[in-house]
Design a protein around this ligand. Structure first.
Ligand SMILES: [Zn+2]
Length: 328
């Protein structure tokens, strides 16, 4: 079985200055690919560097809703530059967050909003719209964060043209009622280890309503540490606090397999096909193998698989990447 981490932030400075080491640890634990999401102009260069060094990494660049008020006047140009110069890149992490608006300024600053605190929802929406327009023009996969802002997000999505490649709702925390409409709008949904906390038990019913060909799993490392039983690779950040490692993904998948009642081998094959369908072509650069994307993969007719993705960050890049069964 091979696993793919649909969402993490290995460029995060809390993980120290060796993000490649975290990629290698994940590869050794069976993680064949991952999407590393930038959050602001300041961390996009590190995401680019990491993707250039590690074939397992698909980079994504985006302005996270918590970072909106700290953006510079040339943030959009900087984003375009990153997307232009990194052909495999997707857009992320972008989105809307009303939860952050209820936090104290001190807490917001700690979470990375910058000294002004979070931007109001109207400004978050403007910035989201600009980014989704860029991604639409380029046909990029998009990773969306939504926290306590489902009403505004749905209104926005209903009022705009459909996104050509669809979008991924990372660490889905919306209701079961929204799932069918989100599916029609092109959503994929990823489940994080956070959902394994007993207090999140009700969310399991929501996850079971997600069509299997739209499911992905993620760590969101270094955040969203799962409960201790589901941590296979304990890790600490630079200040000694426990953090989530991407190497926990296999253990998280075991938990998610139990939550969903899907045998682990089946879940691995499904998530792999979905990951390839959503984050596949043309984001792996030079390619040679074409497979049919999984049904319902948001308008993607076919995915081209990398000829050289595989093995760890330190592995030879010439290792052949096996073609998954895209018909699942
Ligand atoms: Zn994230």
């Amino acid at each position: 079985m091979r696993w793919f981490d649909a969402h993490n932030h290995l460029q995060d400075s809390r993980l120290g200055n060796d993000p490649r080491g975290w990629v290698s640890a994940a590869a050794a634990a069976g993680i064949a690919g991952m999407v590393v999401n930038g959050t602001c102009e300041g961390d996009w260069p590190e995401v680019r560097r990491l993707a250039a060094q590690c074939p397992e990494v698909i980079p994504a660049f985006g302005l996270h809703p918590w970072r909106v008020s700290a953006r510079s006047p040339r943030w959009r140009d900087a984003l375009i530059e990153c997307l232009d110069q990194t052909p495999r890149a997707g857009l992320g992490e972008v989105g809307l967050d009303r939860w952050i608006l209820d936090q104290s300024l001190e807490r917001c600053v700690e979470l990375g909003t910058g000294p002004l605190g979070p931007a109001p929802l109207e400004v978050q929406l403007e910035v989201l719209d600009e980014q989704l327009m860029l991604a639409s023009e380029r046909g990029l996969p998009i990773t969306v964060h939504c926290l306590k802002a489902w009403g505004p997000l749905m209104e926005y999505l209903r009022g705009r043209p459909r996104l050509p490649r669809g979008f991924l709702l990372h660490s889905y925390g919306g209701s079961v009622e929204l799932v069918p409409e989100l599916v029609r709008l092109g959503a994929h949904f990823s489940i994080s280890g956070h959902s394994l906390h007993p207090r999140k038990a009700l969310q399991a019913g929501v996850f079971r309503a997600i069509p299997r060909d739209r499911l992905l799993i993620e760590t969101d490392a270094p955040d969203q540490l799962p409960p201790a039983d589901w941590v296979s690779h304990p890790a600490t950040e630079t200040r000694g606090r426990p953090v989530n490692s991407p190497a926990n993904l296999v253990r998280i998948a075991e938990g998610v397999s139990g939550l969903l009642g899907i045998p682990i081998e089946e879940l691995a094959a499904q998530c792999e096909a979905n990951w390839m369908g959503f984050f596949g072509l043309p984001f792996f650069g030079e390619t040679s193998s074409r497979v049919t994307a999984p049904a319902g993969s948001a308008g993607v007719a076919e995915a081209v698989l990398p000829s050289d993705l595989g093995g760890s960050c330190s592995a030879r890049r010439s290792e052949r990447y096996p073609v998954p069964d895209g018909s699942r």
